[in-house]
Design a protein around this ligand. Sequence first.
Ligand SMILES: Cc1cc2nc3c(=O)[nH]c(=O)nc-3n(C[C@H](O)[C@H](O)[C@H](O)COP(=O)(O)OP(=O)(O)OC[C@H]3O[C@@H](n4cnc5c(N)ncnc54)[C@H](O)[C@@H]3O)c2cc1C
Length: 218
Amino acid sequence: MSDFQITDNTRVRRRPERAHYDRDLVNSIIDEALVCNVAFVSDGLPRIIPTSIVRIENDIYLHGSPNNRMLTALADGVNACISVAHIDAIVMGRSGMGCSVDYRSVVIFGNAEVVTESEHKAKVLYSVIDSTLPGHKVRELKESELAATLVLKFPLKEVSAKVRDIGVKDIEADYELDAWAGVIPLKTVPGQVQDCPRIKPGIVTPAYALNYPGPSGK
Ligand SMILES: Cc1cc2nc3c(=O)[nH]c(=O)nc-3n(C[C@H](O)[C@H](O)[C@H](O)COP(=O)(O)OP(=O)(O)OC[C@H]3O[C@@H](n4cnc5c(N)ncnc54)[C@H](O)[C@@H]3O)c2cc1C
């Protein structure tokens, strides 16, 4: 599959050397995300709403209640701009301007297609669970649950990524200062697994939960 074409919308203007339109990189940034932020205009106001995201092949999906304002607006064809960002490190330079973060981010433009076919909807909803904790199996979805969930598909077409991974970059004169500068990597790490207090006797905590590496290691 080819890389994304640069459009007027997706051309990164500041620090264009940090821009990427590589599909594998975009996919990896999206797949590490548990949430995205969805921007859209509704009732004359710009709104940004955080929500879950899952990618299947060359599409991303959002899901939720059919009463959800964001989802219903998007289902009606409102333009969406969806972003995902990971902070990989805080970068502390020798000046305020030299302080920054290393990051990987993606911006997606698009319009939703409503997923109506039950099998497709179910596949998306199971993928949300599997992409959150690979290996976790849930009981079969009920028809009523499927009916009570709106699933929207956004083909990945107009997409950009931006990556800062250079650590400290101070102006040349500042390297002579008697001051510490450096990078502190940041990572989302799982805490201790807690079994549901109502778990049936004899059910052991599965290895996929005990060994969950966190979203960056999925
Ligand atoms: C965690 C984090 C912290 C940041 N902090 C700052 C900050 O404090 N100050 C600052 O100036 N910038 C910051 N940035 C960079 C910021 O996201 C923009 O890239 C920056 O504002 C440049 O905008 P522009 O005017 O060149 O692009 P715009 O004209 O606003 O954008 C044009 C197009 O470029 C693409 N694009 C722009 N930025 C990104 C991005 N980050 N990821 C993917 N595609 C993008 C989009 O498709 C967008 O529509 C941060 C980014 C991240 C991820």
